[in-house]
Unconditional design. Structure first.
Length: 398
């Protein structure tokens, strides 16, 4: 094994290759469609709202609190593996070289979100407070500095206390981040600079607390495993992740769905399809996620045509993926031993998807009624969801 700095570089290269391999599927799927419509509709509604924003709107507290929440959540990306608890132990004195690379990457990769959120707030801050030019640039620099401070402070806390009390540490850092940002956004520059002093003292104390404490390998390895598992589960919604197995949950509150299915030989495929859909995390969570997005689009996209296209795109993605998963499962099951018609499984899958999408259409109608009032537009949006789903179920796949 070379130096731990070289180990970090090697792992980082492999990590980026794997990240790129999966992300190319993410941003060519339904998420890309969702982002395009959300950004377009959100930007249009935001620009219209800014024309009539009241002068006493609390833009500074809102921006400061939101940025403080984002900055306070700063778990480190270490890329540690389970075997490192053994192989890195003799090289613990050199661990700083490895962790320095990890902290640099955590800081660089996490900087985009708080800066992007602040950029979104700039038109509002300019409209309410008249912030421009050097003032905005100074706040951007401050946001970046606070982000790096949060990353290193959370890392130091996790090292010193083995992850215990991390949420209390985050609450403290949220206050220490939100307070100076709010003061600066309000134009109280001297107060913002003064409020940075407690943040600096807290960070120094946390850095000192990790001195002489053995590195908690098991805590950081568990943290990294959880982070990668969440990423793989997210990527699994868009493409197959070979080493990830989907979880299964009973969801007893939906047992009434099975009670409506006839207890007969012909009802068996329908029962299995409904049970698979409801109890499989991958399928059920996919439907819930896309349904929530459709509901949000129907409730907040002010242009009926854009809302209809948005809901139709999500309905197609949802119906296609559910039908494909329910009808195309290659695993052997005991129901194949029974003398059922060859198309029974596919028919049951189509019926399950139809019922799920009918529920989605009803929810879209209800959400659109809050914005447009119950009438032609909400009903048309619901019919669009159902018709697109029906066409997808009938004319895609085998």
């Amino acid at each position: 094994m070379g130096s731990l700095r070289d180990v970090w570089r090697s792992r980082f290269t492999r990590y980026m290759e794997e990240l790129q391999r999966y992300m190319k599927f993410v941003f060519t799927g339904h998420l890309a469609i969702v982002l395009v419509f959300l950004l377009g509709a959100g930007g249009f509604a935001y620009s219209n709202w800014l024309k009539e924003v009241p002068a006493d709107f609390p833009a500074a507290p809102l921006a400061g609190i939101l940025l403080g929440l984002i900055l306070a959540y700063a778990p480190p990306v270490t890329l540690l593996k389970e075997a490192d608890a053994v192989f890195f132990l003799p090289m613990e004195r050199q661990l700083g070289d490895y962790m320095e690379g990890a902290l640099k990457w955590t800081g660089a990769s996490g900087l985009f979100l708080p800066v992007a959120v602040f950029v979104v707030f700039i038109p509002l801050l300019n409209a309410v407070y008249g912030l421009k030019g050097l003032a905005l640039l100074a706040i951007v620099v401050g946001v970046g500095a606070l982000h790096l401070w949060n990353v290193r402070t959370e890392f130091a806390h996790r090292w010193a206390d083995q992850g215990e009390g991390v949420w209390l540490d985050r609450i403290i850092r949220f206050i220490l981040s939100a307070a100076p940002l709010t003061a600066a956004l309000w134009g109280k520059w001297w107060l913002g600079v003064l409020l940075l002093v407690p943040a600096g003292v807290y960070g120094v104390l946390k850095q000192r607390s990790m001195k002489g404490v053995p590195f908690p390998f098991l805590h950081f390895i568990e943290l990294e495993n959880g982070r990668m598992t969440r990423f793989y589960r997210f990527a699994n919604q868009f493409t197959d992740v070979p080493h990830l197995r989907g979880a299964v949950r009973r969801r007893g509150w939906l047992d009434w769905v099975y009670a409506r299915i006839p207890f007969s030989r012909k009802g068996a495929p329908r029962y299995l399809a409904a049970r698979t859909f409801i109890r499989s995390d991958d399928l059920f969570n996919l439907w819930v996620r896309l349904t929530v997005l459709s509901v949000l689009g129907a409730a907040f996209i002010p242009i009926p045509v854009a809302s209809g296209i948005f809901s139709a795109a999500l309905a197609f993605a949802c119906a296609y993926q559910l039908r494909d998963a329910l009808a195309g499962s290659p695993e052997f099951r005991l129901d194949r031993l029974y003398p059922l018609p060859s198309g029974a499984k596919a028919a049951a899958a189509r019926g399950t998807v139809r019922r799920a999408q009918a529920v989605q259409a009803v929810l879209v109608i209800a959400a659109a009624s809050f914005q447009f009032g119950f009438g032609f537009v909400p009903i048309l949006l619901g019919l669009t969801v159902y018709v697109v789903s029906e066409v997808t179920v009938r004319f895609t796949g085998k």
